[in-house]
Design a protein around this ligand. Structure first.
Ligand code: 3PY
Ligand code: MG
Length: 263
């Protein structure tokens, strides 16, 4: 089976920079896949992406070195299994609040006897190879999102779930859960402390600590703190920021300057 280089590196303690796709486009997927990210996540929760759009995005990522991951809309077994069948090498599951939910999530990603994933890896075998079944249970990455008060309350039990590889903090929902306005880079003390607590507990349990971030600078800061899986913003925000900056530069600098090779 084609190795999951991201899972292998994470298990060795290395850090991963992951791209984030919310625009339903195989071309965007190809662009991020060729931008140097270790992995790229197709976001079916808050991205404008359903299964029919996700499939060609996963295919586009297959032509790049980036490992294809998905964020599912919810902890829905059949939906998780379909995306794995489509070739996702890892799943980020939102709103995990209890150990039972975490165990159900992991079970959907593992064939029996470890889990209850149904067999039919239609496209996954094309990307992974014919020996997919023999290695899939060890190869698929599972990250549970911690972003609810209940998730915080049950953090240690969630982190103790066998087969769960790591956690991924959603700072916006976590902020909301703690009575704050949503923010990708929370500054409220209560949220800052909760994030530090989740990181510390993940480290104690030997689980991969991941977090969503809104920029390269923010992602660098999280890596400095000890997070191992970071997201320096999503495609839409990167596009918007670059577009706004380009317009501003064009308006402020006038004529006479030549640009790069973009077309
Ligand atoms: C959050 O910040 O809540 C997220 O889910 C990030 O995608
Ligand atoms: Mg969230």
């Amino acid at each position: 089976m084609r190795p999951n280089t991201v899972k292998e590196r994470l298990l060795k303690g290395e850090s991963i920079v992951n791209g984030w796709l919310g625009i339903p486009s195989s071309l965007s997927a190809e662009i991020l896949g060729l931008s140097g990210f270790d992995s790229v996540t197709v976001d079916l929760q808050h991205g404008m992406i359903a299964f029919d759009a996700a499939l060609p995005m996963l295919q586009a990522l297959s032509a790049t070195a980036a490992v294809p991951l998905v964020r599912v809309p919810s902890n829905n077994g059949p939906q998780i299994m379909s995306l794995l069948d489509a070739g996702a090498y890892g799943v980020i599951c939102p709103m995990i609040s209890t150990a039972d939910q975490a165990a159900a999530f992991v079970s959907a990603c593992r064939y029996p006897p470890k889990g209850d994933r149904s067999f039919g890896p239609s496209r996954a075998i094309l990307y992974a190879g014919d020996d997919y079944y023999q290695h899939a249970n060890d190869t698929i990455l599972t990250l549970a999102m911690i972003e609810t008060q209940q998730g915080l309350d049950h953090l240690d039990e969630i982190l103790a779930v066998d087969g769960l590889d790591g956690i991924f903090i959603g700072p916006n929902d976590l902020s909301l859960a703690l009575g704050q306005a949503p923010s990708s880079e929370p500054r409220a003390d209560v949220v800052v402390k909760a994030i530090a607590h989740i990181l510390a507990r993940a480290q104690v349990h030997g689980k991969i600590p991941g977090i969503f971030c809104s920029s390269g600078e923010a992602a660098a800061m999280r890596l400095e703190q000890g997070f191992k899986f970071v997201v320096p913003g999503n495609d839409a925000n990167i596009l918007k920021q670059a577009a706004v900056a380009a317009v501003q530069i064009a308006r402020s600098q006038g004529t006479g300057k030549t640009g790069g090779s973009g077309y």
